[in-house]
Design a protein around this ligand. Sequence first.
Ligand SMILES: C[S@@+](CC[C@H](N)C(=O)[O-])C[C@H]1O[C@@H](n2cnc3c(N)ncnc32)[C@H](O)[C@@H]1O
Length: 458
Amino acid sequence: MALPEHMLETVKNDPLIGEIEAIQDGQSVDYWSFKNATRRKGAHALIHYPAMMVPSLQGKLLDAIKKASPTVSEVLDPFVGSGTILVEAMCRGFNFTGLDINPLAALACLAKSGPYYVEAFEQKCFEVCATIRADSGRRHYVKFENQEKWFDDEISRMISRIARGIENEQKLWARRLFWLALAKVVRTSCNSRMSTYKLHIRKDLTAERANPIDVFENVLDGFLANLQQQYEVWSAADLLQGGRYRQSVQVKLGDSRALLSEEGLAKKFDVVMTSPPYGDNTTTIPYGQYSYLPLKWIPLDDIAQDIDPALLSNAYAVDSASLGGSKRKATERGSELVNNYQSARTFSNTMPVNSSEFKRFASFFADLDDCAEKIANVTKAGGYQTWTIGNRRIGGQRVPMEEILGEMLERRGVDTVGHIRRTIHAKKMAARNSVSATMSQETILLARKRQQSAVLSG
Ligand SMILES: C[S@@+](CC[C@H](N)C(=O)[O-])C[C@H]1O[C@@H](n2cnc3c(N)ncnc32)[C@H](O)[C@@H]1O
């Protein structure tokens, strides 16, 4: 798909379109590609996570929405991942709610949300490193199936010393930062390849590996610099009070379909800004597999209460619980999609209804349809939604995600007002991966909930 001449395609007249035009006015045609985006800094740099969004791009969209609708204050990201939108919303003093099914994403978001007690954290880093260096114990901190496959015994014992040191820390906010640092250590010290998000044994198992304790100390140095930088920026903007964010940030772990139906979250949002998964995690980006080994070392209670341990019972459990992870009743759910949406009908015409391709397509989009409904329900009348989406292939064909999602939203009284098309430069996408052949470009679907929300029946 070639980029259109204009980066923004207007579908409907709306104040947001005017604000986005003002931002891109006088810029090059590939402005939204953010080709020269600088390295992630501050809170954005605390974690590497698959398919992270470009912070400055999403920040510009939030600015445009704020100008189009100056009273906005409540922002929701129902697939919050590493928390790119969380940090950009905090930069602008919004209240924020983030949801994700992956405990590692929740941990990253909780750590990013603060408090920013940087001096105290520096002292705690010093203490935890001293405790770890003084620990000569050989006991394994955790035992799990296939541990010896993924970690050399000596590496396991060193990571155990780090985990014991972290556990010793009294303050939960500090432990969360330490666990996030440990997650980075695990990624570099385990026997899985760094070149893929899937779990795959490295080829060079005998190659010498950095000492995990040295890596941990380096990661903490980076954390301190990034937290200090974020602290200075937010203090200057008067966004912090005694190191705490002045507004509210809520991070919830779970399936966004369930969480958005809960009483506890019964609030409405001015803005929903998100990037959903591209398809089922098993055949696109396996966020769960990516997070599995780090999470084996992190006490789940330090992330959230009552996490179902089944979520980590094997490397595929998070991905199976994610959108499109269950193929139950895929054929029936698929025929409902085909009945309801013209673009789903056209796409699925090319594949037999009992083929595995159809089931894969149907289970993901039926789940997304549920989400579209729940998300529309919690969007205020007149509120904006932005969806950053990639177009992928199933059975060699481009899946018309943009068209299908547009129809799903319209059915719930949320109208597409425009699209921004952009080339992906920064994302570490698996370009070598055939299912993602079309993922070098993505679309940002801009939508707005009708004031008089007449929901279409059908
Ligand atoms: C494209 S990523 C979001 C990346 C994020 N925008 C960032 O910049 O890091 C999609 C996220 O959706 C989450 N996810 C998948 N199914 C979900 C579900 N049913 N409920 C909540 N989150 C889900 C995945 O765990 C993943 O973190």
